[in-house]
Design a binder for this molecule. Structure first.
Ligand SMILES: Cc1cc2nc3c(=O)[nH]c(=O)nc-3n(C[C@H](O)[C@H](O)[C@H](O)COP(=O)(O)O)c2cc1C
Length: 183
């Protein structure tokens, strides 16, 4: 699939069919996360694939979002930030969060290309997820991704126009210098 198509077609899916994805496809999609940029090339993202039905149900509870328990697989994205925090101190806090996002987006585009479906879940009680999956204290849970096949094709949401979010040379300046006249 072309990159543009994957970017434009990706959308959040909250209703999954009964068909179980091949876990190897999920691993292939996740492999793309390794190629995301990381400050100092220190890789902070960590991943847990969960297929235990009871664990997925408990995590759906921790997120207070029932549809998660319908998914056959749940990907839990974590960060192991200690090396980045040691290297970059306060700034490192931003870095490891941004890096998780970069790793996640690579994964989301591959999921789209593979014909699978997911939804970024950022609302959950972290301690409950950590307890369920025996995640150590120094590891942060960034996001959850229930994975399956889309039940029925849903409508893509309309997206913001570039014109509303792009400025030139200073914040909120909407005009680019005229390259000929220089004004
Ligand atoms: C950081 C973040 C947290 C999110 N948390 C949730 C969530 O807890 N539950 C949910 O159903 N969707 C969640 N979403 C998905 C957004 O609602 C969704 O991306 C947005 O409505 C745009 O729709 P689209 O993904 O189909 O383009 C989250 C997305 C992001 C990026």
């Amino acid at each position: 699939m072309e990159l543009d198509k994957a970017i434009q077609n990706r959308h959040s899916v909250r209703k999954f069919s009964n068909k179980k994805p091949d876990w190897r496809t999920i691993i292939e999609c996740l492999d793309a996360s390794r190629f995301a940029p990381m400050a100092g090339n220190i890789y902070t993202a960590r991943f847990i694939i969960v297929d235990d039905v009871e664990k997925i149900r408990k995590i759906a509870e921790a997120a207070q979002q029932d549809f998660i328990s319908e998914a056959k697989y749940l990907l839990v994205v974590c960060s192991a930030p200690s090396k980045t925090l040691n290297a970059y101190e306060e700034r490192g806090k931003n870095y490891y969060k941004q890096q998780a996002g970069a790793a996640i987006q690579n994964f989301l585009l591959k999921i789209e290309e593979a014909g699978l479906a997911t939804c970024w879940i950022g609302h959950f009680v972290e301690e409950q997820v950590k307890d369920e999956l025996k995640i150590p204290d120094d590891i942060t849970v960034e996001a959850l991704f229930p994975i399956g096949y889309e039940f029925t094709k849903s409508r893509r949401k309309s997206k913001i126009d570039l014109d509303r979010i792009l400025y030139f040379n200073s914040y909120q300046n909407k005009k680019m210098k005229n390259p000929v006249r220089g004004d």
